[in-house]
Design a protein around this ligand. Sequence first.
Ligand SMILES: *Cc1c(COP(=O)(O)O)cnc(C)c1O
Length: 394
Amino acid sequence: MNLKELDLEYVLPTYARNYVNFKSAKGARIIDDKGSEYIDFSAGIGVVSVGHSHERVSDAICKSAKNIIHISNLFCIEPQAKLAEKLVGMSGYDMKVFFANSGAEANEGAIKIARKYGEVDGEPKRYKIVTLKNSFHGRTISTLKATGQESMHNYFGPFPDGFVYADTIESVIEQLDSHTVAVMIELVQGEGGVEPLDKKSVQELALELKKRDILLIVDEVQTGIFRIGEMMASNYYEITPDIITVAKGLGGGVPIGAVMSGKKDVLKAGDHGSTFGGNYLVTSAALEVLTILDEHKSSGELDKTIVYFEDKLEALAKKFPKLIEKIVGIGFMKGFRIDGTENLTNLMNECFKEGVLVLKAGRNTLRFLPPLTITRDEIDEGFERVEKAFITLS
Ligand SMILES: *Cc1c(COP(=O)(O)O)cnc(C)c1O
């Protein structure tokens, strides 16, 4: 059996897959089994934050793999404690961290903290969590329900109760009642179409929630770890959430998620846990990823590369005004709003043929989530290929 046949025979068909067989990757370049090279403007899905097989991350992983891969959370774990310190320090928030293995799982942790926060004498007094209609919070049963998009609630019920949806950030306030314990939002909606929320509305909501003792949970699974140019989107929006979740870019490719909570005493021993969460291997990798990104930001290089990338996007948008309605997003979380779903599908295919990996978001957005350490050469080459794809369609 060739790879495609093998995959079709044995792997559950939950993904509409492209059957390219990638063999190696370095920085923002990936090579397939035929020797073709691709520029990666997707970084997994915003995962490979420091590029593919970054030497320092590979070394950290190898060192941990040869030393200790895993010891249970019943013992303290040195790289986990150091990673928590670094994550908290770099975010600037007064929080403590719980480590999970994915974004959805981090959000589950956030929901659990909120639900317990709403209990009085062990009874659920406040339990409702308000999220946005266009949100995406994950694929587990409760994070699917937290996800506001109707189309995500087609199967898999009954779902847990207590999730309420608001159409917009401005109308969240109308959904609050005496049973509300938390509001959970993405500051830039990723899967929803690279849609940034209005800064002032977010700040006003944050203030109002503080007054009412309702927790603000910011799902930074996609926006966090410098994706939009600052360590956290919450830094950029100048708010202080009660809980922040991160995952995608944190481990540079190893599976790791984290819940950061300013409510440090809600969960007690036994309330929450994870067999794998925050083990030696993944936290050693993530610690190196954060160190690299910290340097990349401090040197000014990240901000400069973002501007360089934005200039390329603008030049392209000017050239193809019929296809590109507008540029959306912040920092290295960007998109082109494309005129027509069919055009978007064709563009995706053409981009792949030209040798550049891009993503789709929502119904009509061509999404770019390049490695944060992408070089100017890689950006130049990637955009040459994207432009060829646009030329084919115009
Ligand atoms: C990707 C994503 C998730 C889910 O993360 P998984 O690691 O796939 O579970 C949750 N929230 C947001 C905002 C995301 O972008």
